[in-house]
Design a protein around this ligand. Structure first.
Ligand SMILES: Nc1ncnc2c1ncn2[C@@H]1O[C@H](COP(=O)(O)OP(=O)(O)OP(=O)(O)O)[C@@H](O)[C@H]1O
Ligand SMILES: [Mg+2]
Length: 246
């Protein structure tokens, strides 16, 4: 069974061609937890995920995965992108297999793994469909399957349910939790939605406005049990408010 990897950002500075986005960010992601990252638009959430995935090297500071420095992408760290990133000319199965091919899995393993994840995410019978003939919710399930296939030890998820209607979104959140329970891995999940943050997070991190360090790290006391958590909700909203105003 997979064991989630612990991740750490140690005084990390990130920029795009000289424009600073993240300055001196330090953050620990505990092995096997779901850490939610939220914050105002443009504060650098996607940038932090890219850096954790190894797609963007830090200007300074260190990024660690189980105490080993992250220097590039790895099959141990998956990514689910913010935009619909499925290849439109490839079938569902082929999109999932592609992620496994990038991890160097042999053909037979790829096929078996893709079929396993097609089943896990309720896509049985749709393996040979093209993304365009699926609903938005199903496309997101394919994206999740692609991110989770090959059982990476950490998966970065960038607002994967942002474009879904409320009901589909709630169903996807339950599916994610169920899948994470049977296939434990570390998840860093970005969302704008406070309720989604409260539903999914073991901890919630509110990032400050661009270039500012973390505004707040909040522990969710009883994760994924449907308790009224109004106090925490108020705290997140206050932190977000503070981030925007800063
Ligand atoms: N490829 C890029 N090249 C140059 N600047 C970029 C690039 N990607 C992002 N930025 C800039 O970096 C900053 C942070 O962007 P990022 O996408 O990480 O924010 P975000 O918090 O994910 O925003 P959103 O909530 O809108 O998704 C923004 O000012 C953005 O314009
Ligand atoms: Mg983003």
């Amino acid at each position: 069974m997979t064991v989630g990897v612990g991740l750490e950002l140690d005084r990390v500075r990130l920029s795009y061609t000289g424009t600073p986005v993240i300055d001196e960010l330090s953050l620990t992601v505990r092995p096997g937890e779901i850490l939610v990252l939220t914050g105002p638009s443009g504060c650098g959430k996607s940038t932090v995920l890219r850096a954790l995935a190894g797609l963007l090297p830090p200007d300074s500071g260190r990024i660690l995965a189980d105490d080993a420095e992250v220097t590039g992408t790895s099959g141990d760290r998956g990514m689910v992108f913010q935009d619909n990133a499925l290849l439109p000319w490839r079938t569902v199965r082929s999109n999932i297999e592609l992620a496994l091919r990038l991890r160097g899995e042999p053909r037979a393993t790829r096929r078996a793994q893709a079929d396993h994840w097609i089943g896990e995410l309720g896509l049985t019978g749709f393996g040979s469909y093209l993304p365009k003939s699926l609903s938005g919710g199903m496309r997101q399930r394919v994206q999740l399957a692609r991110g989770l296939a090959g059982a990476p030890r950490a998966v970065m998820m960038d607002e994967p349910f942002g474009a879904l209607d409320t009901q589909t979104r709630a169903a996807m959140q339950r599916l994610l939790i169920d899948t994470w329970r049977t296939h434990p891995t570390t998840i860093v999940f970005v969302t704008h939605d406070v309720d989604e943050a409260l539903t999914l997070g073991d901890r919630i991190v509110v990032l400050g406005k661009a270039g500012r360090p973390v505004r707040a790290v909040l522990e969710v006391p009883d994760p994924r049990i449907d308790l009224p958590r109004e106090e925490l909700r108020t705290e997140i909203i206050a932190a977000l408010d503070h981030s925007v105003a800063a």
